[in-house]
Ligand binder design. Structure first.
Ligand SMILES: NC(=O)C1=CN([C@@H]2O[C@H](COP(=O)(O)OP(=O)(O)OC[C@H]3O[C@@H](n4cnc5c(N)ncnc54)[C@H](OP(=O)(O)O)[C@@H]3O)[C@@H](O)[C@H]2O)C=CC1
Ligand SMILES: CC(=O)N[C@@H](CCC(=O)OP(=O)(O)O)C(=O)O
Length: 346
């Protein structure tokens, strides 16, 4: 598989390279950077030494990159990927695009434009939302994948069985999620300084985080009706990991056993979803460096609420791991290929 990565110097780009280093079908053709073209990737990321000596090229070489690649992963800030996708598919209509950012995640471009405050410039793209477990059949046929956000992957996976089986009042959903600092990317900013983050926990973008409409549109589609949610993200002092705690009111008469059944029905055969069952407590550490999503759920008879908890590694199942999972599905490669490592623990 001839693979290029546009935006390879970011955390998701580096994580793609780490995962693909042991993927038996992967051949890395081109990796790009606008700030450091000509530099070898292992100078920027010494942990990749012995795996790669590839030199970074600029996106100005897109003509060559698109013509020679079978798949291009894009790890750029939102707003930049749609231009790369538009140009690359014009150069080579056969090339598959997997964008790790938000540009291809929305069917309704007006929602993207409203939340991201940018005009969408590749509206004709037939992009597929790449939450693999929920969309595998469409991913298989896709040319362009909008890979889901990290918080959204964790939150949608936790809530999907309840919404799909119509067990909850979909107007009652509240999501409280926590992310490690790598979720903010490698760029420097005050909010992710060691002294600001260490021994600290903060909520941010309350009632306005851009993952809100992504979760709403995917869950709304599963529910067969429009819905709105409360989503509150928090920054916590770890490098990797997301824990998403999701609350919803159970409909009258829904038993705890019906909730168990909903999770088992949807995910019982899914390798990357590890069901810890009713009463289970997922830990971010148990998923570290892996493509697993650990899920546990609790039924609070006193309040009539169900509380679903999910844990993922934001850089793996929340980004680059799921992107490789989607690539495997698109190219008919066994889905676990390159992704079947055990977590690093403790
Ligand atoms: N970090 C995470 O956990 C997750 C991230 N994502 C999404 O994936 C994408 C990449 O994220 P991440 O790797 O964390 O980000 P980083 O900030 O770590 O890296 C960003 C990359 O984009 C390049 N870049 C930055 N600005 C520009 C620009 N103006 N023009 C062209 N290239 C630019 C940088 O390259 P250089 O400076 O070398 O030119 C770098 O390779 C984002 O859309 C992010 O939202 C999705 C899920 C999870
Ligand atoms: C900790 C942290 O800052 N996380 C990021 C989410 C990363 C992500 O998945 O963002 P995209 O939807 O842009 O791909 C944030 O809250 O903006």
């Amino acid at each position: 598989m001839k693979i290029s990565i546009v935006g390879a110097t970011g955390y998701t780009g580096a994580e793609l390279l780490r995962i693909l280093a042991t993927h038996p079908e992967a051949e890395i053709l081109y990796i790009t950077s606008e700030s450091q073209p000509g530099t070898a990737i292992n100078e920027i990321y010494p942990h990749l030494t012995k795996f790669y000596t590839n030199k970074l090229v600029s996106m100005a070489d897109l003509e060559t990159i698109a013509a020679e690649s079978q798949v291009i992963f894009i790890g750029l800030p939102h707003g930049h990927a749609m231009e790369v996708g538009r140009k690359a598919t014009a150069i080579n209509p056969k090339v598959k695009i997997i964008d790790l950012g938000a540009d291809y995640r929305f069917k309704n471009h007006a929602v993207y434009e409203q939340w991201y405050k940018l005009p969408h410039t590749h509206k004709e793209a037939q992009a597929i939302y790449g939450l693999t477990e929920l969309n595998r059949t469409k991913v298989k046929e896709a040319s362009i994948i909008g890979n889901p956000g990290c918080y959204t992957t964790a939150s949608i996976l936790a809530l999907a069985p309840l919404v799909k089986e119509k067990l909850i009042d979909v107007t009652s959903i509240i999501i409280d999620a926590k992310s490690g600092v790598s979720g903010a990317g490698r760029g420097l900013n005050l909010g992710s300084h060691f002294t600001e983050v260490f021994e600290n926990i903060k909520a941010y973008n309350v009632a306005g985080h851009r993952h809100t409409p992504e979760i709403e549109s995917v869950l709304g589609e599963l529910a067969g009706q429009e819905l709105i949610i409360n989503f509150t993200p928090h920054l916590i002092p770890v490098a990797r990991g997301i824990l998403s705690t999701c609350y919803a009111k159970l409909k009258d008469g829904v038993s705890a056993e019906a909730v168990d059944e909903a999770y088992n029905n949807l995910y019982g055969k899914e390798y990357f979803i590890r069901l810890l069952g009713r009463g289970g407590y997922p830990l971010t550490k148990n998923t570290r460096g892996t493509n697993f999503c650990d899920l546990g759920w609790h039924v609070d008879k006193r309040t009539g609420r169900v509380i679903a908890i999910s844990a993922i590694d934001n850089l793996v199942k929340g980004a680059s791991g799921q992107a490789v999972q989607n690539m495997n599905v698109m190219f008919n490669i066994e889905e676990k290929t390159g992704l079947n490592n055990a977590p690093l623990y403790p």
